[in-house]
Ligand binder design. Sequence first.
Ligand code: ADP
Length: 175
Amino acid sequence: MQQRGVTIWFTGLSGAGKTTISRLVLDKLRSRGLRVELLDGDIVRQNLTKGLGFSKEDRDENIRRIGFVAHLLTRNGVIVLVSAISPYREIREEVRQRIGNFIEVYVNAPLQVCESRDVKGLYAQAREGKIKNFTGIDDPYEPPAKPDVECHTDQEKVEESAAKVIEQLELQGYF
Ligand code: ADP
C-alpha cells in the first residue's frame, strides 16, 4: 500500500488515553500493511531520554529528542505515532514546524476523570506529595489551541477515538 511519512502526535494528561489509542491505531495501520512505529513516552524515558526529569527544561529536551527521531522516520516514509504528555505548547509547535507532516491529536479527558482512572497510581502519589511536578496537579498542561483531532475519551469509546485518527490520516492523503 502507498503511504507518505507523517508524525501523529498524541498529547494530553496522564491517563487521558494516549497509549491506549495509539496502540490501537498502531495495530489497525499495521494490519493494513503500513509501516508504522510507536514512540511511547514511558518507554522512551527508559532509554532515549533516560536520566531526564520533569522540569520545563528536561521536558522540553525529552520532546526535542522524540521529535528528532520522529523526524528521521517520517522523512523515510514511516507513519510515526508519538504518545507523550508534552505539556508545553511552544515545544510541540517547534517540533511540528521541523517535521512538517504532522497531525496533532489532543487526547482530552477532564483531570477528575484521569485522576479517577489513575492507571499507574501516580495521581495518588502526586496528591500525597510523593511525586513532584506532576502534570495537572502541580505542573501545567497547555492544551492545543487547534488540534487536528480531538478525542474526548470520557465520552467516546477507544474504537471511536482510533477511528477519528485514521479518518484524519486518510483525509489528509497519507495513505
Ligand atoms: P495515557 O497514555 O494518556 O497516560 P493510558 O492510555 O495509559 O493513558 O490510560 C487511559 C485509560 O483510560 C485506560 O485505562 C483506558 O482503558 C481508559 N479509557 C477509557 N475510554 C477511553 C478512550 N475512549 N480512549 C482511550 N482510553 C480510554
